[in-house]
Each structure stands twice: as C-alpha cells, then as structure tokens.
Ligand binder design. Structure first.
Ligand code: UD1
Length: 415
C-alpha cells in the first residue's frame, strides 16, 4: 500500500494521533511494545484517546529483514509502506523524505514517533519538524562519539530537532544535557527493545532452533558455540578489516562452531572480496540466512559468547547474561560495558582473539540489569504521552461558560 492509496480514518474528536515510523530491522522490536502499550492504555480506559498509524519506509524489504518480524512480534501490519528500498545514504534519505511528506499532509498526526538511529529515523523526523509537527525520539542520547558512523550522524541530527527525548539510561541523559538539550524534554523510560525481549523470551526459548542447527549434545544440552553478526560498513566494507575478523573467527572455529547469520551487506562483501574460503564450514564458520527474531534470541541466549558490531545485541546480551565481544572501538551503549557483559575488542585479529581468551577463561556472570530495563518502558512512554497531550489541549472550564472549542497550546503551523 503506498501513501497515495490510503484512505485515512476521520479524526476521532479530541484524539491524539500518533504516527510510528519503522524502516529497518532493529526498529520493529522497539515500536512493537509502544504500540501495544497504547492499546493496553485504551483497554484500561485511559483518559487520552490515542489513534495510531504505522508507516514502514521500506528501507529494509527482504522478508528475513522485515516481514518476518511483524509476524513474530505480533505487530499490526504497516498501514503505509513507502517502499523506498536501498540506495546511497543521500538517495535513501531523500527518497524517504519525499515519500513521507504526503503521508504527514494527509494523515495530520499530532506526534510522529521515531526510534533508533537508521536513515528512516532522521528522514522522517526532519520531514515532520519542517511541517511543524512535534516529534518524539525513542533511544535518544546514545552517542559513540564516532562521526564516521552514519548512525551517529542520524542520532545527533535527530536529537537536535525533536520535542520529546526518551532515553534508556542515565548516561544518555547526561549526553543530552551536555549538548544543551532542555532537561524538561528528556524522559528516562528504560529500554523498549528489552520490553520485546522479555515479552517474547518464553516463546523464543520454546523454538527448536538449536536442535535444527545440530547444536545440542548427546545429553540434550547446548554444546558450546559462538554467534556472530556483522554489518557495519566500518567492518564489512573494507577487505583487510573483514579478512582480519574472518581470521579470528576461523581460529575460534577450531574450538567451537561459529554460527553467523549473515546480513545481505556482509554476504555481498564476503563474496566480492573473495573471502568465501575463509568464512567457510571448513573453518568451523557456518553462514546462515539472517535469522528471525525468536530464533535469534534462542541462539544468543544459549551461546557461550557473541561477537557483534550491532548496537541492540550489546543490550540483549546484557539482559541474557551472555558474554559479548563488540567488534568496534567505541560504543554508543556504554551502560552495557559498565553493567553488562560487553567488552570492546575492535576488529584486529589479535585483539579479538585476546577478547575470546578472556571470555573463555572466565565462567562467572557479572551482569547487572540497568535501571528501568524491566519490560515496562512502552507503558512509561504512553503515560508521558498522555500527560504531554493533556498539557497541549487545555479545555476551558464548563461552569457558566458558553460551549467553546478546546484551545490548542502550541498548535501546528498548518492550522
Ligand atoms: C541499516 C542501518 C543500520 C542498522 C541495520 C540493521 C542506516 C544508516 N543503517 O544498515 O543502522 O543497524 O540497518 O540491519 O540506516 N539489503 C538487502 N535487503 C534489504 C535491505 C538491504 O538486500 O532488505 C542490502 C542492499 O544491498 C543494501 C545493503 O543491504 O545496499 C545495506 O542496506 P542498508 O539499508 O543501506 O543499510 P544496512 O547495512 O542494512
């Protein structure tokens, strides 16, 4: 369904119209708990009437990176799919902006909610702000300090223009305050991605993932194995770096199976750099198609260790208590190092191997759960949205007064 063919419902009285944006794989598990918390708020008879619309920009379009997640997370199907597809950063961002603007003009949301740090996040936040529509950013304040990462640019630019900033932890709050963000706009709500993990954990653990992959021993218990994910341009777009990582993984593969669900970007680079012989079963490395959410959570939960350059997996391993080696020199999620199992090892062979040795020599679990990573972040967001909406819609006192329309504080510039 594209933007032009959508027949949007008529506005329901004084309702607050939320428009949620998803674009790429890590967005779905962040939006799902917010949408379900909005529904739960209505079922409890909350005083604010919310309407919600889900827009998929189509940044990710492969079934394994997109469609499957809606099924597994029990999310409503997107009301609109902008089908922008892949392209250079400029082209992808521009296409999203061009396609999203008419959706805003016809649906006229009261608030656009963007999550994470992908190109869709920034493109849709920019569009909305330029039409004078308020924007909330979920996962605000995460900073790696590394401006060579496209995501860092997206994070900083998004946080600079939005109205409501929902953060995962106190370090993110401090980053925003250092940048001069109005403290009243910062709301620490915890981690919506962990809402999804806790909600779907039981279902994920019931999946036959390990038996299907032959990762159960004779006693029915998981054998020691490692899980790898790689997709950052900094790691996969440079032949020497990818070779260095592959060399470390091949050495780990001599000791335990290395299970690597491959992102399309990484698969293409392994092939074009001629590294298929290194990332190979003969070296103990098993390349799989990108995994669905439930299978992936099952794989991670039972792994001896995880090696990744993803942001979200640093957080999920923190909650699951699984050692995580992050193949980067920085992280926008330092709380996972302070309180979780995460260590930064970069992408040089010797450093990765040293990290592996350290993990394998240490059987203790050191993990603590960061404050508010408790499965209720979506609910906290909805409560704040209800208060925000109440403060914007001031109804004059009824006693002795003629019927008057509500006064909208800070109304949009198109009204
Ligand atoms: C994007 C996000 C990244 C996020 C990642 C999760 C940005 C800047 N990057 O990176 O932050 O961690 O998603 O996966 O927004 N491709 C397919 N099928 C798809 C989508 C992409 O085959 O459904 C291929 C295309 O060849 C494309 C390449 O993968 O060129 C990269 O996709 P792209 O959306 O540009 O960025 P990601 O690397 O996925």
């Amino acid at each position: 369904m594209n933007a032009g063919s959508v027949d949007y419902p008529k506005r329901n009285g004084q309702s607050c119209r939320l428009l949620h944006v998803v674009g790429a794989r890590p967005n779905y598990m962040k939006v799902a708990p917010i949408m379900s918390a909005v529904e739960a708020y209505a079922e409890r008879g909350g005083s604010t009437v919310f309407e919600q619309l889900l827009v998929h920009t189509g940044q990710h379009y492969d079934r394994a990176l997109s469609e499957l997640f809606f099924e597994e997370l029990g999310m409503p199907r997107p009301d609109v799919n902008l089908e922008v597809g892949s392209g250079s950063h400029a082209r992808q961002t521009a296409r999203i902006m061009e396609a999203f603007e008419p959706v805003l003009e016809s649906y006229r949301p009261d608030l656009v909610i963007v999550v994470g740090d992908v190109n869709s996040t920034l493109a849709c936040a920019l569009d909305a702000r330029k039409l004078g529509i308020p924007v909330a950013h979920v996962e605000a304040g995460l900073r790696s300090g590394d401006m060579s990462m496209p995501e860092e640019i997206n994070r900083r630019a998004t946080d600079a223009i939005v109205d409501l900033l929902f953060t995962t932890d106190r370090i993110a709050d401090a980053c925003l305050q250092r940048e001069g963000t109005d403290p009243a706009a910062i709301h620490r709500v915890g981690n919506v991605m962990i809402d999804s993990l806790l909600r779907h954990r039981e279902k994920a653990m019931a999946r036959p993932t390990l038996s299907e992959l032959g990762l159960l021993g004779g006693d029915g218990r998981p054998v020691p194995y490692a899980v790898v994910t790689l997709h950052r341009p900094g790691n996969v777009d440079d032949a020497d770096t990818l070779h260095a990582i592959g060399t470390a993984l091949a050495q780990l593969g001599e000791r335990m199976p290395v299970i690597f669900p491959v992102h399309p970007r990484a698969r293409e680079r392994i092939r074009s750099f001629g590294l298929d012989g290194l990332f190979a079963t003969t070296n103990g490395i098993r390349l799989l198609e990108p995994a669905g959410y439930l299978d992936f959570m099952n794989l991670v939960a039972h792994a001896r260790l995880v090696l990744t350059d993803s942001g979200g997996i640093q957080e999920e391993t923190t909650i699951l208590g699984v050692p995580c080696l992050t193949l980067r020199s920085n992280t926008e999620r330092p709380i996972t190092i302070e309180q979780g199992t995460n260590r930064l090892v970069g992408s040089r062979t010797a450093d990765i191997l040293a990290g592996i040795e350290a993990v394998l020599a240490d059987n203790a679990s050191h993990t603590r759960t960061p404050e508010l990573w408790d499965g209720y972040s979506g609910e906290r967001i909805v409560r704040i949205l209800a208060d925000w909406w109440a403060a914007r819609t001031v109804t004059p006192p009824a006693v002795g007064m003629p019927e008057a329309p509500p006064i909208r504080v800070g109304a949009r510039n198109d009204q």
